[in-house]
Design a protein around this ligand. Sequence first.
Ligand code: CA
Length: 244
Amino acid sequence: MSNLSDTTILVIEDEPDLREGLQHNLELEGYTIETAADGNEGLRKAREGRASLILLDLMLPVMPGLEVLRTLRDTGHETPVIIISAKGQDRDKVAGLELGADDYLTKPFGLSELTARIRAVLRRTQAGARAGVSNKPSATVMKFPDLVVDWKRFTVTREDSEAQLSRYEAEILRMLIDRRGEVVSRQDLLRRVWGYVHLPATRTVDNHIARLRKKVERDVENPVHVVTVHGLGYRFESDLLEES
Ligand code: CA
């Protein structure tokens, strides 16, 4: 991999031995490490935006890890997050993935497993960033009769109100729009958008679709753009007026 010291990892972990151990070992691997000992400090450092990846403990003083993650994603911060959680927190791990975490590890874990996960998440997210949200060279702005999507800024504008899309929401919307008029299955969305298969499939996709609909639909109970095709998946409905 290219110069790892350019890659900063933020470790948010309250247990001093584990925090210092992670810092020491990941620095030996060549990464630059920042640390935070509670959720509030972690959120502040995450928002400064230097980290390429965040290792996030869930049981944290001041602000729990899930709250840190939720706040980051709700405010448009899409830095990849790997959750590091204690045994028996399976429900929290699932919640974390649904909130937009990229992967999780259960303590105790070995250094080689951790570095493999870090490399995989960085490869996936950096490849995604290089390629944009779509593989083919394509428009920056797409206009539909009552919707404007800006792929550079990850925004959708409907009735003069602009909403910020998360990375996942943007990738889902992009895939649906690229194949507009066709059904896209949840499995296709999972494979293409998340790139791995150990997620609780349908609920994760459905939760992101629900968040996306709040941004693109006038009435989320009666969606006209991101339409459910029962038993099959989702379909985007609208006529593209203009792209630039
Ligand atoms: Ca902890």
